[in-house]
Design a protein around this ligand. Structure first.
Ligand code: ZN
Length: 425
């Protein structure tokens, strides 16, 4: 009976209203939720930050369809229906959905952060479970839905050096000795020497006297504001913007150390453990291992664990290309491109079906997947179950299930994102 082993479930995702989110329907997270849920009323004054599609207990998705299961948490249903994860994934990940899929709508910068690897996550969790609620690691990947800007990884050393030389207020915060160590390191220095000077400089910034940081930041912003805005670098514009949001916060100086990266639609970044990053603005889908472990360094009123952060970072310095994920053609599906980061928990397929393409299907996968419809409308079916898929609809697709689509309007294109776990190709 299909109702006993449904090939897919339609989900109602959880919407998180953090203060950094975009307001009302400007938020893609909110707009997607409202498009698929006739009962949802948009509050134009509310900030809507994240749409959560998965089983995490801070925002679990609820089943909407098929009707007999409506109102059940996906997490509860999966406990009783391990077959839906596929045998290999269920065994490997202890019977849990291994990833959390999200839409983020960022209006103002999130904290500068890094996520611990598995070993350190376990240590932090056992030492301070209130601050580190999970023992798991949290690699994450973003794919831009619209224009997006973020910071990730340390810049090439020569760029950091140039900024230190060019910004006297940063020199004041770092002190003479550290400034000299950065400024005088030659191009022929060994990677080990570069790494240790970078570690010294960043740790000095993080442990600098907050009163001095605030004073120098005020001086920097005042100096930059006096320059004609058309001749400002992106970094100088950004330091003024960030100082308005987080006055006196040491995170404002971090942008001279970290790569500032714009993404256009379809552009992607993968953030492995122990790499500093920060989302500045824009709308993305994000997929991560199911965890909530964040070590924060700046741009936040929350707890900053600077010692842990400075200790855990890799201090690898490079262009942001190291973090980009180039989508690969999906051999099984002509309309899909796959973003497959080097971790087992998840990959994401971007399914872009041009107008006039006619009926198509998505192949069965070894493990579970979550599908989000961003654009277009199609009637979809799998086994005996069917549903009207349109913008904002979120599906959990059981392992080994082929999903067939028949577009409603053949002149309209369809765009979907599918997060999944597959341990063998
Ligand atoms: Zn993060």
């Amino acid at each position: 009976m299909s109702s006993e082993k449904p090939p897919f479930l339609v989900l109602s995702p959880a919407l998180q209203t953090y203060a950094w989110g975009k307001r009302g329907s400007q938020s893609e997270a909110c707009s997607l939720k409202a498009s698929a849920d006739p009962d949802f009323v948009i509050d134009a004054n509310q900030t809507y930050a994240e749409l959560w599609m998965g089983t995490h207990k801070k925002g679990p998705s609820v089943i909407r369809h098929p009707q007999p299961l409506a109102g059940t948490l996906l997490s509860d249903w999966l406990k009783m229906n391990q077959w839906a994860l596929g045998e290999v994934v269920a065994t490997e990940f202890g019977g849990e959905l291994p990833f959390l899929f999200k839409v983020l709508s960022v209006n103002q910068a999130l904290s500068i952060q890094a996520h611990p690897d598995k070993t350190r996550a376990g240590e932090l969790h056992s030492r301070a479970p209130d601050k580190y609620p999970d023992a798991n690691h949290k690699p994450e990947m973003v794919i831009a839905l619209r224009e997006f800007e973020g910071m990730c990884g340390f810049r090439p050393f020569s760029e950091i050096q140039s900024w230190v030389v060019a910004v006297p207020e940063l020199q004041q915060v770092l002190g003479d000795k550290v400034t000299e160590a950065v400024a005088t390191l030659g191009e022929d220095a060994s990677p080990e020497d570069q790494l240790s000077v970078l570690r010294l400089a960043f740790s000095s910034l993080m442990s600098a006297d907050p009163v001095a940081v605030r004073g120098q930041l005020e001086a920097l912003v005042k100096r930059v504001r006096a320059i004609s805005s058309s001749s400002l670098s992106r970094e100088e514009q950004l330091v003024c913007q960030l100082d308005q949001l987080y006055p006196g916060d040491v995170g404002c100086f971090c942008l001279f150390f970290l790569n500032v990266v714009p993404l256009s639609r379809g552009g992607s970044l993968f953030l492995p453990a122990n790499e500093p990053h920060c989302y500045l603005s824009g709308d993305v889908v994000e997929c991560m291992a199911c965890s909530d472990n964040v070590v924060r360094a700046g741009l936040t009123p929350k707890f900053k664990d600077k010692d842990t952060l400075c200790d855990m970072l890799t201090y690898t310095s490079s262009t942001p290309d190291r973090f980009r994920v180039a989508p690969q053609k999906d051999k099984q599906s002509e309309f899909s491109e796959i973003y497959d980061p080097p971790i087992p928990e998840f990959a994401v397929a971007r399914v872009s079906v041009p107008a006039g393409a006619g009926d198509f299907s998505l192949p069965p996968l070894q493990g579970p997947s979550i599908l989000l419809v961003v654009e277009g409308e199609a009637s979809l079916s799998a086994g005996e179950l069917s549903y009207d898929a349109r913008r904002g609809v979120v599906l959990f697709v059981s392992a080994q299930t082929e999903v067939k689509f028949s577009p409603v309007d053949r002149d309209q294109q369809i765009l979907m994102y599918r997060a999944y776990c597959q341990l063998q190709s």
